[in-house]
Write a protein that binds this ligand. Structure first.
Ligand code: TXA
Ligand code: MG
Length: 342
């Protein structure tokens, strides 16, 4: 593990890129930044290297990994077919936070696909990630670089907190920009279906390829998810977090009630609303009037509660539109689907 405490410096980051790509080419597991969250990479063509990812994260083996590429040329060795909708999406959104599920070649490690006949592929929009992939000369399988169940890492420090001593290295590219994981869309079916919401919204995708479906489980907690990874508990802070669908007065009443029971109470809120609450710990994740800032700050704010020693956390709701769909999807999971309605 090197350089996690330093600012990103051009020469330094270049030497990290060179080291990381040779470690990856040797079959080691290395964390690196992408525009969404930090990824934990390994050579997608090596069973042994990919198994190293599952071991480091404690990830269930039935949850497939996303393969990261630096050029469309690399698709040839990974997929048997590129439907026209997928081609249009690549042209519109790659490099970028969109993972496209395609029919996989048999040569892709079954540890990557978790035995499915499909594989998720994305080209990240981050110069460090692209340089590492290109220099390694391999397609790179990479889930988020957190311990399974924890919030995804948006800084190198987050990766270090979770995986220090378990992986060969962390490349520090500073905080990530988008903050929530890529949108996942299955293009092996017609119409294509969004399996995981992200910063590329259903509206943006429909503008390019017309009618699509959205897996109902991404917005409705009662449905069984179609994507293997979406069924697991995720992003959870140490203390129980509960969504509150109600006014600030209602939330303060709940806070006071818990405080009377001797509980130390946290509230996850926004810059606009932070002064309104009488909680013991008030943490903001961004500006409600610019939801993309909430996405960027969400996982770091959930991690901050772990250092604050709160007994329970209440969270504000966000509008279920645009990137708000992804924010609410992650919050529902972080809360284990618990909600109190006024
Ligand atoms: O932004 C991201 O996508 C980040 C960065 C590192 O690229 N990666 C990421 O990977 O979030 P991970 O492993 O945490 O999430 C991958 C998701 C899981 O929900 C998994 O089940 C789904 O994609 N997935 C992968 N391959 C799939 C497939 N063949 N069919 C259906 N779902 C798949
Ligand atoms: Mg993940």
């Amino acid at each position: 593990i090197w350089n996690v405490d330093k600012f990103v410096d051009k020469k330094e980051i270049y030497s990290q890129v060179v080291d990381a790509s040779s470690l990856l080419a040797e079959g080691q597991v290395v964390a690196f930044p992408t525009e969404t969250v930090y990824g934990l990479g390994a050579d997608a063509t090596s069973d042994e290297a990919v198994q190293g990812i599952f071991q480091a994260k404690g990830r269930p083996s039935d949850n497939p990994l996303i393969v990261h590429i630096a050029s469309k040329e690399q698709l040839k060795q990974l997929v048997t077919d590129i439907p026209s909708q997928a081609e249009q999406l690549m042209d519109a959104f790659w490099p970028g936070p969109l993972t496209i599920i395609l029919p996989s070649k048999k040569s892709v490690s079954s540890y990557v696909t978790a035995g499915l006949s499909t594989v998720g592929i994305r080209m990240p929009d981050h110069p460090v990630a692209l340089a590492i992939i290109e220099k390694s000369g391999k397609p790179i399988a990479a889930p988020s670089a957190n311990t399974s169940g924890k919030p995804s890492p948006t800084t190198a420090i987050h990766v270090w907190e979770d995986l220090n001593g378990r992986i060969a290295g962390i490349v520090d590219g500073g905080p990530t920009n988008v903050g929530v994981e890529s949108t996942v869309i299955d293009c092996t079916q017609l119409p294509p279906m969004i399996l995981r919401p992200g910063s590329i919204t259903p509206e943006m995708i429909s503008e390019v390829i017309g009618h699509i479906e959205v897996d109902p489980s991404t917005t409705n907690k009662m449905e069984k998810p179609k994507s293997p990874g979406m069924k697991y508990t995720h992003y959870a802070p140490n203390a129980q977090m509960t969504l509150i669908d109600g006014s600030q007065e209602f939330i303060n009443k709940l806070i006071h009630k818990e405080q009377k029971n001797g509980k130390k109470v946290g509230i996850l809120t926004t810059e606009e609303n932070k002064a309104a609450y009488q909680a013991d710990v008030v943490i903001t994740c961004g500006y409600r009037n610019r939801l993309e800032t909430v996405a960027t700050g969400l996982y770091d704010s959930i991690r901050q509660f772990n250092e604050s020693g709160v007994d329970l956390i209440f969270s504000e709701m966000f509008p279920n539109e645009g990137i708000g769909i992804a924010i609410m999807n992650r919050l529902w999971k972080a809360c284990g689907h618990s909600i109190i309605r006024e």
